[in-house]
Design a protein around this ligand. Structure first.
Ligand code: FAD
Ligand code: NAI
Length: 474
C-alpha cells in the first residue's frame, strides 16, 4: 500500500530535516526518508553534519583545545596541573554522545511535528497520477507518493585520484574523527576547512602535522591579510604547510608514502602514519534513480536548480550540498526553509551575499561578504578598517590576543561590504556583521552602537571606527 504525502523529503541532514519541519509547521503532510545508520543499524538522523561533520568535529575541537590549554595555558593563570593525561577513548566517547544527543533531538522534533520518518534509501520510480512515486529501500521496502519532493541528499568526500579512502591509513572526515590513537606523523592533503579543523584536533593532541595544498597560496578563499596572519600563527603552532604541491603517487603499507612535486617543481616524498584527504566534497545523487526520472544533473554532478531551488522536474526541488553554492549546514537549512515556504504558497529568501563562513581553528577565522581582493578585482572603491585583539581588554583578560577584526566599507556610501575576523570567538562575533549587512548598515552605524565593555565585540565597533581612521583604543 502506497502512502501519500504532500511533501516527501529525501535526506535527513540539516537541509532535509529542517525543510521537513518547516513544511509540517505549514500544515503539509510530510515524510522524510534518510538512510544514515549507527554502527548497530539504527537510524541516525542529521546527515553528514550531525554524524561525521559539524557536530563531532566541534566536539573534538573543544576537547582538544581544553587539553592544549591544560598543557600550555593554565600555568599562566596560576593553575597547576600535575600529571596531565590524555584519555582519547573517553574523548571519542564524549564526541559520540554529543552526536547521539543531536540524532535523538531530530527524531524528537519529527515526532513533535508529526513528520513520518522512513529509514532507507529513497529513489524515484515515476511521476504518477497522484504525484512522484518513491521507493524506499531499507530493512523493509516502502512505497511512497509525494505531491512534491525535496531532494536533500548531501555530499560525499572527494577521494584523491591516486588513492581511495580505506579509513585505516587514508582517511576521509569519517576516519579522521574516529582515530583510536594519536598518529605520530599526520599528513593532511588540502588546506581547506576540514583539513585545518582536523589538523587542529590532532596537532593539539600531539601529532606532527604536515599539510600539502595544491594551490600556490594558503587559504585561497579567505581575505589575503587574514590568510597571511593565519599562516603565520599556524606555523608558530608547529604546523608544516606546503603549498603549490602536486601529488604524483600514494602508496600504503604499514604507513602512507606520498610522492609529490613542491612549489618549485622539485620531486619530494614524505611518509605518514595516517593521511587525511580533505580536497573538497562531491554532490551525492546515488540511488536517486535520477536518470530514469529525467532529473537534470550538471557537469559537476550537482542537481541542476534555478535560483529558487526548482529542478527541471515538475514539483521536485533540491537543496543543500547536492546543489550549487557553499557546502554549509546553515546554507542548506536556509534553502530548506525557503523551499518549504514556496511549496506552501508563501515566499522564501536566501541571501548568498550574507552567508557567514567559520573555520573553527584556534584562533577562529570567520567572514561574511567580500574579501579585499574581490573588491579590487571588481574595481569597487572601498575603505578598510582593522582593529587588533591585542588592544582589546576582554581579549587580554582571556589571554587570547591573537588576530584582528577587519571591516570593508564602500568608499562613498560607507555601506559594509565585508567583515573578516581572525581571533577568539570569531564564530560568535561574525553574527553582528551578518545582521549589519542584512540591514544594509554602514560602518558608521556599527561605530555608533553601544557595545558592552569589556567584550570582544568592542573590536567590531573599533574596526568600524578604523574605517574612518578614528579608533579610540589603538
Ligand atoms: P547531508 O548533511 O550530507 O545529509 C544528507 C543525508 O541524506 C544523509 O543522511 C545521507 O545519508 C542521506 N541520503 C543520501 N541519499 C539518500 C537517498 N537516496 N535516500 C535517503 N537518504 C539519502 N558546515 C557548517 O556549516 N559548519 C560546520 O562547522 C561544518 N563542519 C563540517 C565538518 C566536516 C568534517 C564536514 C565533512 C562537513 C562540515 N560542514 C559544516 C558541512 C555540512 O556538514 C554540510 O554542508 C551539510 O551537512 C549539508 O547538509 P545537507 O542536508 O545538504 O546534506
Ligand atoms: P575545501 O574546498 O574547503 O578545501 C579543499 C582544499 O583542497 C582546497 O584548498 C584545494 O585547493 C585543495 N586541493 C584540491 N585537490 C587537491 C589535491 N589533489 N592535492 C592537494 N590539495 C588539493 O574542502 P574540504 O576541506 O574538504 O571541505 C569541504 C567542505 O565542507 C568545505 O568547503 C565546507 O563547505 C564544508 N566544511 C565546512 C566547515 C565549517 O563551516 N566550519 C568545516 C568543514 C567542512
Amino acid at each position: 500500500m502506497t502512502k501519500t504525502f504532500d511533501v516527501v523529503v529525501l535526506g535527513g541532514g540539516p537541509g532535509g530535516y529542517i525543510a521537513a519541519i518547516r513544511a509540517a509547521q505549514l500544515g503539509l503532510k510530510t515524510a522524510c526518508v534518510d538512510d544514515w545508520s549507527t554502527p548497530d543499524g539504527k537510524p541516525a538522523l542529521g546527515g553528514t553534519c550531525t554524524n561525521v561533520g559539524c557536530i563531532p568535529s566541534k566536539a573534538l575541537l573543544q576537547s582538544s583545545e581544553n587539553y592544549e590549554h591544560a598543557e600550555h595555558r593554565f600555568a599562566e593563570h596560576g593553575i597547576q596541573v600535575k600529571e596531565l593525561g590524555l584519555d582519547l577513548a573517553q574523548m571519542l566517547k564524549r564526541k559520540d554522545k554529543v552526536v547521539g544527543q543531536n540524532n535523538d533531538g531530530i527524531a524528537f522534533l519529527f515526532k513533535k511535528n508529526k513528520i513520518e520518518f522512513f529509514h532507507g534509501r529513497g529513489g524515484f520510480v515515476r511521476n504518477g497520477a497522484e504525484g512522484w512515486e518513491i521507493k524506499v529501500t531499507g530493512k523493509s521496502e516502502e512505497a511512497l507518493t509525494g505531491k512534491r519532493v525535496i531532494i536533500a541528499t548531501g555530499s560525499n568526500p572527494r577521494p584523491l585520484p591516486e588513492a581511495g579512502f580505506d579509513e585505516k591509513l587514508i582517511l576521509s572526515n569519517t576516519g579522521a574523527l574516529a582515530l583510536p590513537e594519536v598518529p605520530k606523523r599526520l599528513g593532511v592533503v588540502g588546506d581547506g576547512v576540514i583539513g585545518l579543523e582536523m589538523c587542529s584536533v590532532w596537532r593539539r593532541l600531539g601529532a606532527e602535522v604536515t599539510m600539502l595544498e595544491a594551490l600556490p597560496e594558503f587559504l585561497g578563499a579567505v581575505d589575503e591579510q587574514i590568510a597571511k596572519e593565519a599562516a603565520r600563527l599556524f606555523a608558530k603552532q608547529g604546523l608544516a604547510i606546503h603549498t603549490g604541491v602536486k601529488i604524483t603517487k600514494v602508496t600504503t603499507r604499514k604507513s602512507v608514502s606520498v610522492e609529490y612535486t613542491d612549489i618549485a617543481g622539485a620531486a619530494q616524498s614524505a611518509t605518514f602514519d595516517k593521511l587525511i584527504v580533505s580536497i573538497g566534497r562531491v554532490p551525492n545523487t546515488d540511488g536517486l534513480n535520477a536518470e530514469t526520472a529525467g532529473l537534470k544533473i550538471d557537469a559537476s554532478g550537482f542537481v541542476a536548480v534555478d535560483g529558487e531551488c526548482r529542478t527541471n522536474l515538475p514539483n521536485v526541488w533540491a537543496i543543500g550540498d547536492v546543489v550549487r553554492g557553499p557546502m554549509l549546514a546553515h546554507k542548506a537549512e536556509e534553502e530548506g526553509v525557503a523551499v518549504a515556504q514556496r511549496i506552501a504558497g508563501g515566499r522564501g529568501h536566501v541571501d548568498f551575499n550574507t552567508v557567514p563562513w567559520v573555520i573553527y581553528t584556534s584562533p577562529e577565522i570567520a567572514w561574511v561578504g567580500k574579501t579585499e581582493q574581490q573588491l579590487k578585482t571588481a574595481g569597487l572603491e572601498y575603505r578598510a578598517g582593522t582593529f587588533p585583539f591585542m588592544a582589546n581588554g576582554r581579549a587580554r583578560a582571556l589571554g587570547d590576543t591573537t588576530g584582528m577584526v577587519k571591516m570593508l566599507a564602500d568608499a562613498r556610501s560607507d555601506r559594509i561590504l565585508g567583515v573578516h575576523i581572525i581571533g577568539p570567538m570569531a564564530s560568535e562575533l561574525i553574527a553582528e556583521a551578518v545582521v549589519a549587512m542584512e540591514f544594509s548598515a554602514s560602518a558608521e552605524d556599527i561605530a555608533l552602537i553601544c557595545h558592552a565593555h569589556p567584550s570582544l565585540s568592542e573590536a567590531m565597533k573599533e574596526a568600524a571606527l578604523a574605517v574612518d581612521k578614528r579608533t579610540l583604543n589603538f
